[in-house]
Design a protein around this ligand. Structure first.
Ligand SMILES: Nc1ncnc2c1ncn2[C@@H]1O[C@H](COP(=O)(O)OP(=O)(O)OP(=O)(O)O)[C@@H](O)[C@H]1O
Length: 725
């Protein structure tokens, strides 16, 4: 029978409740070498664990999942060609489910013919030919139908996968920062995409189909089996023994678990300081990015001696968990189930022989019948156990569909507002006013306020610079203005109205922010810059009459960001990928091959994905910052507020000076907010300086006012000025 056993989530992983290694009443602790293994204590082993059977709880869960299943089937049917593909696939699957019983029936008939031949020395050739032909046809039909099913399976899988990959992409893409930082949400999203090969939706449909077809298979086999056994003396006894043998084998497998770990719910950790240290040292030596420090610090000799000493001390205990577990299993020896399993396999044949010896003239059945009965019972038992296991997981599969659909509707923590912003687009030319009123904020999961009663007002068209010590909250202010987060208390007003009342999409269109912790996208330089204007990026992805104009806009933005010069010197210029999203693939290459497709060959197979905040593609920090700056220059029209968080942190003094000159020239009447450590270039031209320390604004005013005040700002100004005296 055509079967596909795909991704299967462990039941335990999805059960509500907790696994607490410290709870000795529920969890057994075993020491294996340097490892501590904690296993959930299961209720006494059962041949057919009742947990596999749907309980009332899972019945309720299944009922709750039904609307989602219905929704999914409707959507699958609406994907082009999927309806007829699915109908054909269903038909074939159900026909296949009947074939084992038909095969069994013909095998029984063949057996009868053989027995008749033995007893009466006559054979009906015509019947024999027909039965043998039918039996063979069944085998051929199974093969053919399996092949046909696979021909339907693949396009179905691909189409459904493609459909849901777009849905899942959208589900992820639209999430805001706090929601996307929530680990339970991330897990929910990851679980809805079992693999690149298949989709959770198709997986679940297949599993449900599998359960239905196995049920049909089982019922049809059972009817034929009973008819056959009734005709054979001792048939029921021998069938029961074969059934018991399969039962024992299953039980044995259940108690042994996989090589990688025990069955059931478990967790393993190591607290062995030596082992942790040895592994840390090994990692340090393997990872390329530590090499500079290993060499410059002369660490090699001491690392070698530490590793050698620890390895000797730990001996054979210094091994990973799966090897340690494998050893434990080998030492554990045989279980009672293993011990009984093999003799049970032989028992039907022994009984048959004993009967033959006891009643030589009246042998109850032939050897051929014995084989048929044991084989058939084995097959039947396996189908039965498969069904039990699959039925146990049906609630799980239905729940998976529900969870998939739930990911499409994960609510964002930052709520959208109803009002357009601004009501009059022309007002953007005069900038946007920003006001904080008694704003307090702490990051999700954080334990302390990062902003405490922060109040200030930046008028339309003003240039504001926020200065202050590391960690005082400067970047956080910019993050709140872009509504990446909402304050815990207080109010933020834009043009005099609560920021939460505006549509988020409008707000993001009207403001442009360059964060200090900017990243570069694993795309080409051209795309990286174009993404500063999402509409331009979308147009760039569909070549058309505007493409040339867009390209010249990108070049212009790169010039303003100071990136054009070095981009033009690169081999692929604007088409250079900052990080290739797809790795090149190659076989073992002759060691003289240094480059391939214009990129350097990585012989260790460990091609660094590159942390884009460092020096990906051999670009310096300053060059990376210039690309990020260019991105912000892509969008000038329709923006009334520009925020820059440390835009010149990695720039040399000339580049910094040029940048600020350009920004001032381009600014017009727009509001601009900078966060900076550097006093001078910017603060002297600022209409408003906010001086922050420890989550609060301590001083505010113009440069001259703050110098006159002779407070914290003046002190730091003097410190920086003295450095140049
Ligand atoms: N995502 C985050 N989650 C939790 N805490 C954060 C997060 N981002 C920043 N913080 C904390 O908030 C505080 C303020 O950070 P913020 O980045 O606003 O400071 P800053 O004044 O911009 O510092 P710097 O001058 O170093 O850029 C810091 O203590 C920081 O550790």
């Amino acid at each position: 029978m055509f079967r596909r056993r795909g991704f299967r989530q462990s039941k335990a992983a999805d059960d509500p409740g907790v696994f607490n290694p410290d709870d000795a009443t529920q969890v057994r602790h075993t020491k294996i070498g340097v490892w501590d293994l904690y296993e959930q204590i299961e209720p006494k082993a059962r041949f057919v664990p009742s947990s596999l059977l749907p309980t009332l709880e899972s019945y309720n869960s299944m009922r709750g999942s039904m609307p989602y299943v219905w929704q999914m089937l409707k959507e699958i049917a609406s994907i082009p060609s999927c309806l007829w593909l699915l109908t054909c696939y269903l038909l074939i699957t159900f026909i296949l489910a009947f074939i084992p019983a038909i095969e069994l029936w013909y095998s029984g008939l063949l057996l009868e013919i053989v027995q008749n031949a033995v007893e009466h020395r006559t054979i009906d050739h015509n019947v024999l030919f027909k039965v043998a032909l039918s039996r063979l046809s069944c085998s051929m039909a199974t093969r053919f139908l399996n092949y046909t099913a696979s021909r339907f399976n693949r396009p179905l899988n691909e189409r459904i996968k493609q459909y849901y990959s777009v849905q899942s992409f959208a589900a992820r893409a639209r999430l805001d920062v706090p929601t996307y930082s929530d680990s339970s949400i991330l897990r929910q999203l990851d679980n809805s995409q079992p693999s690149a090969r298949t989709s959770l939706a198709w997986n679940s449909v297949e599993e449900i189909l599998l359960i239905s077809s196995t049920t049909i298979e089982l019922i049809s086999q059972f009817s034929v089996l009973i008819t056959m056994l009734r005709k054979q003396r001792d048939g029921i006894l021998l069938a029961s023994l074969s059934f018991a043998q399969v039962l024992f084998q299953r039980q044995m497998r259940n108690t042994m678990g996989a090589w990688g770990g025990p069955p059931g719910v478990w967790a393993a950790t190591t607290r062995n300081e030596d082992y942790l240290r040895a592994m840390g040292v090994a990692k340090l030596v393997h990872q390329q990015h530590h090499r500079q420090e290993i060499v410059a610090g002369g660490l090699a000799d001491s690392l070698i001696s530490i590793y050698r000493a620890i390895s000797q001390r730990l001996g054979e205990d210094a091994t990973n968990f799966s090897d340690a577990f494998r050893l434990l299993r080998l030492h554990k020896g045989m279980s009672w189930a293993q011990f009984l399993s093999d003799p049970l396999e032989e028992l039907p044949r022994i009984i048959f022989t004993l009967r033959a010896v006891q009643y030589p003239t009246d042998i109850p059945l032939s050897l051929a019948s014995l084989n048929l009965i044991t084989q058939t019972t084995n097959r039947f038992s396996r189908t039965l156990f498969d069904l039990l296991r699959e039925t146990g997981s049906i609630a799980q599969h239905l729940a998976n569909i529900r969870k998939l659909y739930e990911t499409f509707n994960i609510p964002n923590i930052v709520e959208d507002g109803p009002k357009p912003f601004p009501e009059d687009q022309r007002s953007l030319e005069n900038g946007i006013s920003v006001e904080f009123r008694q704003v307090c904020f702490r990051y999700p999961g954080g334990t302390r306020d990062v902003l405490r009663n922060v109040s200030f007002k930046i008028r339309q068209g003003q240039l504001c610079v926020i200065v202050g010590a590391n960690g005082s909250g400067k970047s956080t202010i910019l993050k709140l203005i872009s509504r990446l987060y909402d304050p815990a208390s207080g109010e933020i007003l834009l043009n005099g109205q609560d920021i939460r009342t505006f549509r988020l999409a409008d707000l993001r269109k009207a403001t442009s922010v360059l964060f200090q912790d900017y990243t570069h996208f694993p795309l080409s330089i051209k795309d990286n810059i174009a993404l500063g204007d999402p509409a331009a990026f979308a147009e760039l992805s569909t070549p058309g009459p505007k493409t040339d104009h867009l390209k010249s806009r990108i070049h212009e933005a790169a010039q303003l960001g100071g990136a054009d010069g070095f981009i033009e010197k690169m081999d692929e210029k604007y088409d250079t990928f900052l990080e290739r999203p797809i790795e090149d693939l190659y076989s073992t290459l002759p060691s003289g091959t240094k480059t391939l497709f214009g990129r350097s060959v990585e012989y260790r197979g460990l091609r660094s994905a590159g942390n884009m905040n460092t020096h990906a593609m051999g670009l310096s920090g300053g060059q990376m910052q210039r690309i990020a700056l260019s991105r912000t220059f892509m969008r000038d029209d329709g923006v009334g507020l520009l925020c820059f968080d440390e835009p010149s942190a990695s720039l040399d003094p000339t580049a910094e000076h040029d940048l600020f000159e350009r920004l001032r020239r381009l600014r017009g009447n727009k509001t601009m907010i900078f966060s900076s450590h550097r006093f001078g270039n910017l603060t002297r031209h600022a209409d408003l300086i906010l001086y922050m320390d420890d989550a609060s604004i301590l001083e505010e005013g113009t440069h001259d006012e703050l110098i006159k005040r002779d407070g914290g700002y003046a002190k730091i100004w003097m410190l920086q000025a003295q450095a140049f005296l």
